[in-house]
Write a protein that binds this ligand. Structure first.
Ligand SMILES: O=C(O)CCC(=O)C(=O)O
Length: 411
């Protein structure tokens, strides 16, 4: 079987016809002996990563409600203690650990001085706008940008803003700072992997980032999960978001629905041809979470604590579970840009970008931009400890990709 699976399924708009297509797709996706005989396009559309609960929900609701990620829960751990010993200055009290599990995020924490944040902002601006990415490229092997809903420039921006810790030493160093790593380790344990990063620039006048959340299907594909954790009902991923400008409600700080990480809910689906859960308040897919208000979010939602906004100073960072429903407001200022960097961190025993047979995926296809990312220069970075399962491992910008032989993994 080919290792290329991540293509967006083509489904029709009408509910009944969509249901028939999805049922056929789900049936066919189980007949694995047949897959090698199918046309590539059809094979790559199969929802082969879906489990029984995901299939059942889509079938039972006739395609109107679907889990667009693995159904899972994130209960409060029985014992609230750091999973890793650390310096006293970074150590969390059990109340702080509890707070993370109750709300879905922790922070903001101090990281950079004003001067350091300003220098980093300059570097990020330069990387984003002038240094061509050596991690991903558009061209041969990539879906033509013009075939998707985004312009060529927008797709270039998408390529240039993604995973630059793999070719930018300043970011690699930043992500390894003890202020971040030592805090992450208390939630995720002694082995930490960074597998993705992205710049998030919001110029004055730019719209809101709509509500979204993810667990295993984080790479914007419906067919296959990008992450395979040891146990889906525990915390295996945390996103770090670093502010490079002062951010507040006016220029689009992050917004969260506290507690929404506790249970992953199905989505209401009107039209799956719309980009998937990244845009829950587009016409296609909507969260059925009672507090996932469409933008502009009413002020009562903030007052009642259903939605929480997290203002930050430039140089601070936030930790959050990607399962907690989050987004960001529009930038309604005239002259205050909002620049942030995120990176996503995993426990060392999570397998990333694998096909069902355990082989490495060659590409990530992003359904929302219809862009194909060639993974040949991609690997997880070891922030602390090491990968405990056979992932492709990058040793950082200076050394390029180096694939660990399987014998070196003791997971
Ligand atoms: O910065 C934003 O607007 C969105 C960030 C986000 O969704 C994330 O870091 O997961």
């Amino acid at each position: 079987m080919t290792a290329v699976h991540e293509r967006r399924p083509r489904v029709a708009h009408s509910g009944f016809i969509r249901w028939v297509f999805i049922s056929l797709n789900l049936g066919l996706s189980r007949l694995t002996w047949l897959h090698d005989w199918l046309p590539t396009r059809m094979r790559e559309s199969l929802l082969i990563g879906w489990n029984d609960e995901m299939r059942r929900e889509a079938f039972r609701s006739m395609g109107k409600r679907m889990y667009l990620d693995v159904p899972c829960e994130l209960p409060l751990p029985k014992k609230l203690a750091p999973l890793c010993e650390t310096e006293p200055e970074y150590r969390f009290e059990s109340e702080q650990l509890r707070d993370f599990y109750v709300k879905g995020w922790a922070g903001p924490f101090d990281l950079l001085s004003k001067g350091e944040a300003a220098s980093l902002r300059e570097i990020v601006e330069e990387v984003r706008t002038t240094r061509t990415s050596s991690v991903y490229a558009l061209g041969e092997g990539h879906t033509a940008a013009t075939a998707g809903p985004l312009s060529v420039e927008a797709v270039e921006e998408c390529v240039n803003t993604r995973d630059r810790h793999l070719d930018c030493p300043e970011l690699w160093e930043l992500f390894h700072r003890p202020e971040i790593v030592e805090r992450l380790a208390q939630f995720l344990g002694p082995d930490l992997l960074v597998w993705r990063s992205q710049f998030f620039n919001k110029d004055p006048g730019k719209p809101a980032t709509h509500w979204h959340a993810a667990s295993c299907y984080v790479a914007d594909s419906l067919t296959m999960p990008a992450l395979i954790p040891r146990e889906v009902n525990e915390l295996f991923q945390i996103t770090v978001w670093i502010a490079l400008d002062d951010v507040d409600r006016d220029n689009g700080c992050l917004l969260f629905i506290p507690g929404s990480q506790k249970q992953f809910r199905p989505m209401r689906v009107a039209n799956l041809d719309e980009p998937r859960q990244a845009w829950w308040h587009g016409p296609g897919v909507q969260s059925d979470h009672p507090y996932a208000y469409p933008h502009p979010i009413p002020k009562e939602a903030f007052e009642a604590g259903h939605v929480e906004a997290v203002p930050m100073k430039a140089g601070q960072f936030l930790l959050f579970s990607e399962r907690c429903i989050h987004g960001a407001g529009p930038n309604v200022t005239r002259d205050r840009r909002r620049l942030g960097i995120n990176f996503r961190v995993l426990r060392g025993d999570v397998a990333v970008n694998k096909a069902l047979d355990g082989s490495d995926l060659l590409y990530n296809d992003f359904s929302s931009t219809r862009t194909r990312f060639d993974l040949k220069n991609w690997g997880v970075g070891e922030l602390k400890g090491c990968s405990r399962v056979p992932n492709r491992v990058s040793k950082g910008p200076e050394t390029g990709i180096h694939l660990k032989p399987t014998g070196q993994f003791d997971g």
